[in-house]
Design a protein around this ligand. Structure first.
Ligand SMILES: Cc1ncc(COP(=O)(O)O)c(C=O)c1O
Length: 453
């Protein structure tokens, strides 16, 4: 039996293109709509928010998009990331399954988020933008964008979801170290923030409204989003492409691919290159996106056009939603507290090409402890949801006596999330209830739009 644990690629093997799964979807994708006119969105509608280079990616149907050389040069700081065979975790679970994880926690910010922050800052810089405004949930995206802006000489202003601002003070210090300014959201600085003051824990939807308001108010400022949009999922596909090359080194191919889902970008990043292979080569790989049961967008939400933010400033996007003004309970996985999901991922769930699962946070942390004690790495609260599902899958492999190959994305480390672990270890962490009646209330205020159900 082999002993190899790490599968490492050379810097020269960093992918030079991104995989655009929009080109593989059956039929025409449903267009985002202008909320004022109800008509499909044109590039000019997005121009106040994003540079043209990213708008072109957002609507592109090209199967692959080249990665600019300066972006690849910045990726060299931490890419390629390792693929790790979790042999000790397999042993702890006493499973015949072969478990591999792609470890994105080796980036300077500690997660997959710089994979998109770097190109977003670069394309803005090319078009003369001076400042980027953004939201952040757990602080992973805000710190990644702060780093990327610092690298390309842009200012960065971050609205951080209130619950996370209180739970993760060192994320703020990290953003400020990289030169960003950070506000607790809802803030008093914007109309949107002032209108949501009663939601003191905040939400990603509210923080997005605040950042969008700042971006549209100023000529030289644009907005950057850390997930959900096509171009963000696109940038993350470096993960899956590297994983395919690394699994080849290991002489294996996954039967099941697992990732946690907030807005959907890290899961898309690992899944889409393998999904393309499945569609092209007729493979029977399964894909499972895992969300928190306190914010069960794909498993309990409705498929409809909705706003991406709480106040209703963004285009209408067709996807699974709990209602744009649903405020999820303050679970520790702040990056998974989003009422919607990437439209491209929503479409794939609807087509049955991707499965969705919901998991409570206590079970997720219980699994994270088993993983951390076996593999050493302390995962961020978000990917603990993926790990919990991997344990279920490994248990099933044991019962059925098969050596199925499981690949999951370990999207980040939890070194700045230790308060959550402390809370779990001291027995204080509880499962926060998802309120069906609160979702139904929020769904009553879905905007008027064509039915897509
Ligand atoms: C470590 C980590 N994983 C996952 C997520 C969820 O985002 P997404 O679904 O876009 O990958 C976040 C978001 O902040 C995160 O910080």
């Amino acid at each position: 039996m082999g002993k190899q644990v790490k599968y490492l690629l050379d810097e020269s093997q960093i992918p030079d293109r991104w995989v655009n799964i929009a080109a593989d979807l059956p039929g025409e994708p449903l267009p985002p709509l202008n909320p004022g006119t109800g008509q499909p969105l044109g590039p000019e509608d997005l121009a106040p928010l994003f540079p043209m280079g990213l708008i072109e990616q957002e609507v592109s149907m090209e199967p692959e998009i080249g990665i600019p050389e300066e972006v690849v040069d910045a990726y060299r700081l931490w890419r390629p990331t390792p693929l790790i065979r979790a042999r000790r975790f397999e042993k702890a679970l006493d499973t015949p399954a072969h478990i591999y994880f792609k470890y994105e926690g080796v980036s300077p910010a500690g997660s997959h988020k710089p994979n998109s922050a770097i190109p977003q800052a670069w394309y803005n810089k090319q078009e003369g933008v001076k400042k980027l405004a953004t939201e952040t949930g757990a602080g992973q995206w805000g710190s990644s964008l702060a780093l990327a802006c610092e690298m390309f000489g842009l200012e960065c202003e971050v609205f951080m979801v209130g619950a996370s601002y209180d739970q993760k003070p060192y994320r703020r210090a990290m953003m400020e170290t990289w030169g960003a300014s950070v506000h607790r959201s809802p803030s008093k600085l914007t109309e949107a923030g002032r209108s949501q003051a009663e939601h003191a824990t905040g939400s990603l939807g509210i923080a997005i409204s605040e950042a969008v308001e700042v971006a549209v108010a100023s000529e030289d400022t644009k907005y950057a989003l850390g997930s959900v949009l096509n171009h963000v999922c696109l940038h993350q596909t470096v993960i899956g492409q590297e994983a395919i090359a690394q699994l080849e080194m290991a002489g294996e191919y996954p039967d099941v691919v697992v990732g946690c889902v907030g807005g959907g970008s890290n899961f898309s990043g690992i899944a889409f290159p393998l999904l393309r292979k499945k569609l092209k080569e007729g493979l029977d790989t399964r894909f499972v996106g895992v969300e928190p049961s306190a914010c069960p967008t794909m498993t309990k939400g409705v498929y409809a056009y909705d706003f991406g933010d709480t106040v209703g400033m963004t285009p209408l996007m067709p996807t699974y939603t709990l209602g744009h003004d649903f405020v999820p309970p303050p679970v520790h996985a702040g990056g998974l507290r989003y009422h919607g999901v990437a439209p491209i991922l929503g479409a794939l769930v609807k087509e049955g090409l991707i499965e969705a699962q919901a998991i409570p946070q206590t079970e997720a942390f219980e699994s994270a402890i088993i993983f951390a004690r076996a593999e050493g790495i302390i995962p961020a609260p978000e990917p603990t949801h993926a790990i919990q599902y991997v344990i279920n899958e490994a248990e099933q492999a044991k019962q059925e006596g098969d050596e199925r190959v499981i690949l999951f994305n370990l999207s980040g480390h939890g070194h700045l999330d230790l308060a959550a672990y402390q809370s779990y270890l001291s027995g204080e962490l509880v499962d926060l209830e998802f309120s069906e009646s609160e979702m139904n209330r929020a769904l009553e205020s879905l905007p008027e739009a064509p039915s897509v159900a």
